[in-house]
Design a protein around this ligand. Structure first.
Ligand code: FMN
Length: 390
């Protein structure tokens, strides 16, 4: 499976084209809209999220509620586009019109893609960079992730994401939370946090950052449950599923680090406190006493839940701007302000769920490929049993 996204932040729409999904899988617009709405929530988002109410339009690949096996194209309209038709127009500019087109960006923001993207592509108006480097693009990654999540849930595999930390405030969570309990608690939390006490402090930290004209980052966690063992592979570096998930997490705007299970803590513990002991029982076959490795051995799922965390840096656009240089005058300037969030960690946890779901679904489809969804389902059910009888 693969997918491509296109679209600019203030262009008419965002689009994704998904290829490789088997035929006969139930899929509706509501499946996608549900996830889009989750991405838009979250304490600390700016005004843009009030303007947009994202809705998916499925343009191809689905008929009467079932996938056809052909590419699935999904678009999401940018409501804000109506205010940007001139600035983001497609037609060449006529003489003298350039002056009319406001919002030219010549002051790059430290920490964003503006300056390096401008140098790389030769854009002296760095709007040409920020329109695409903006995290608005993650809208359609969430749409593609919604399709992946649907496939996984039909195979009995559930994905949940939540916020572990914002601005240095860490949530207390049970070591092995049930996904149902986790979803119930975090879905109604404005910061997608399990721990009510931490939730209040996180919101205060966001308020403070906003007051200071600053921004704050955090840590999100994604858990995937119900997997058979052996998804991914140890035989090729590029088929290791943990590596693919790590790459997908880092591909999310502003994500700078990834860890599985005990993660970086492993460096400080002896092997006896890191590896998961193996047990066997008639009713459910092989299990692990613990899940410190976060569900992976040798790039393959162990059958235990995948537990992966990603760290998001604070958003680069600050109302208290950092020093930068105007690329026209070369004079020092305080960086320009685009409309911005002060903290997008809660929304980022929904994006993280989407990209992890995509990698897991993609590995499953590649490994048990069938043109028909019903056959894929049978193969996965069989695989879950194989793991038990080995
Ligand atoms: C959900 C989400 C929302 C974001 N919102 C903003 C924002 O409002 N302003 C901003 O400057 N950066 C925002 N970012 C981060 C930038 O898109 C990101 O820092 C930028 O593309 C540069 O990429 P890099 O940080 O990965 O190097 C957001 C990221 C995510 C995941």
């Amino acid at each position: 499976m693969r997918y491509l996204t296109s679209g600019e932040s203030h262009g008419p729409q965002l689009t994704t084209i998904i290829e490789g999904l088997p035929a006969g899988m139930p899929l509706t617009k509501e499946d996608i809209d549900f996830e889009l709405a989750r991405r838009q929530k979250g304490y600390g988002r700016g005004r843009r999220m009030q303007i947009e109410t994202d809705q998916a339009t499925i343009l191809s690949g689905v008929r009467h509620g079932l996938t056809l096996g052909s590419p699935i194209a999904i678009s999401v309209e940018n409501k804000d586009w109506t205010h940007w038709t001139k600035v983001m127009g497609i037609s060449p500019l006529e003489e003298g019109q350039e002056e009319e087109i406001k919002r030219k960006v010549t002051r790059p923001r430290p920490g964003h893609a503006d300056l390096v993207g401008g140098i790389k592509y030769g854009h002296r108006d760095m709007r040409n960079v920020l329109e695409r480097s903006s995290a608005r693009e993650t809208t359609v990654r969430v749409a593609a992730g919604a399709v992946a999540k649907k496939l996984l849930s039909l195979l009995g595999i559930e994905v949940a994401g939540h916020v572990l930390e914002i601005g240095g405030i860490r949530a207390k969570t049970p070591e092995y939370p049930s996904l149902k309990g986790l979803k119930e608690k975090t879905e109604n939390s404005p910061v997608r946090c399990y721990d009510k006490e931490a939730e209040v402090k996180m919101m205060e930290a966001i308020d403070q950052a906003k007051k200071d004209g600053d921004s704050i980052g955090g840590i999100v966690e994604v858990i995937v449950e119900g997997l058979p063992s052996g998804i991914g592979s140890y035989v090729h570096y590029d088929r290791k599923l943990d590596a693919k998930i790590a790459s997908a997490m880092i591909s999310i705007n502003a994500f700078k680090g990834v860890e599985f299970g005990l993660g970086f803590e492993m460096a400080r513990k002896p092997g006896s406190q890191v590896h998961d002991e193996i047990i066997w029982a008639e009713e459910n076959g092989y299990r692990r006493k613990t899940n410190r490795l976060g569900g992976f051995e040798g790039g393959m799922t162990t059958g235990m839940p995948i537990v992966v965390r990603g760290v998001m840096k604070p958003i680069p656009t600050l109302y208290k701007p950092l020093q930068s240089v105007d690329i026209e005058s070369k004079e020092p300037f305080t960086a320009s302000i685009e409309r911005s969030d002060s903290c997008a960690v809660p929304a980022a946890s929904v994006v993280a769920e989407a990209v992890v779901a995509w990698e897991v679904a993609s590995a499953i489809v590649n490994q048990y490929y069938s043109d028909r969804f019903s056959t894929l389902k049978e193969l996965i059910e069989q695989e879950k049993l194989n793991g038990r009888s080995f």
